[in-house]
Design a protein around this ligand. Structure first.
Ligand code: CTP
Ligand code: CA
Length: 220
């Protein structure tokens, strides 16, 4: 289907998506981050916009071009992301947390470059708040979607996150596989929903996976 004749079934729906990695500074030249490419979140943003939604994308640094007809807000740290997502939460209908949020930040960001002295260095890492779990506690009308990156005990770990974060859907990713996920343009995921059997979305482009996720959200 050509983009301009695509169904506009998300017309009038406000969609908030987070994507990409977060970056936690250590000192003026160093940082902690992760392998998220942002592709899954960007595909969701583009497909939702193409289907008529008003899309806001909150994004960590990626190598991707901005999706078209999407409002993009750039962030770096988990704290930045939390402030932005919480300020936009009330006015959105679908909220999809595809960002790979850092679980820790460095306790004290050094204001000068840390110099080596031949000895080992210990970094003090402080736990970041779970942004998604916080949204799960305050949600009203929102359909709240989380992602999970797992390397083992997939269904067990995924179901635990679905429940503990009070989600309407969890997109479960097997990050132990190198043919899909993080840097790949393809993905294979399981959608978990409360009181439902897991739904396998077989290996496909991230665009097609994104559309299937949006289809499922619409019928929730
Ligand atoms: N998430 C979040 N805030 C954090 C960490 C994660 O909002 N501080 C969100 C992610 O955006 C994702 C979901 O929680 O939608 C699951 O992230 P994941 O890293 O798989 O799980 P965690 O709950 O962080 O647990 P762990 O990393 O220990 O598996
Ligand atoms: Ca995590």
């Amino acid at each position: 289907v050509a983009k301009n004749e695509q169904k506009q079934d998300l017309n009038g729906i406000n969609v908030l998506i987070t994507a990409g990695p977060t970056v936690e500074e250590i000192d003026p030249v160093r940082y902690l981050t992760n392998r998220s490419s942002g592709k899954m979140g960007y595909s969701l943003a583009q497909e939702a916009a193409d289907r008529g939604a008003n899309v806001t994308l909150i994004s960590g640094p990626t190598k991707l071009a901005h999706p078209t007809n999407v409002t993009v807000i750039d962030i770096m740290s988990a704290k930045d992301l939390q402030q932005k997502v919480e300020s936009k939460f009330a006015q959105n209908d679908f909220v999809i947390m595809a960002a790979a949020v850092s679980d820790f930040h460095v306790k004290t960001i050094a204001d000068q470059k840390i110099k080596k002295n031949g000895k080992n260095l210990q970094l003090d890492l402080v736990a970041n708040p779970d942004i998604l779990a916080g949204l799960g506690r305050i949600k009203v009308h929102q359909r709240l979607v989380g992602f999970a990156a797992e390397t083992q005990n997939l269904l067990e770990n995924g179901n635990k996150k679905l429940k503990e974060k009070n989600l309407d859907m969890l997109v479960l990713n097997d990050v132990s596989r190198s043919d899909i996920g993080f840097n790949s343009s393809e993905n294979e995921v399981r959608l978990l929903q409360p009181e439902k059997e897991p739904k396998l979305l077989k290996k496909n482009t991230k665009e097609n996976i994104a559309n299937e996720i949006l289809d499922q959200l619409l019928i929730l």
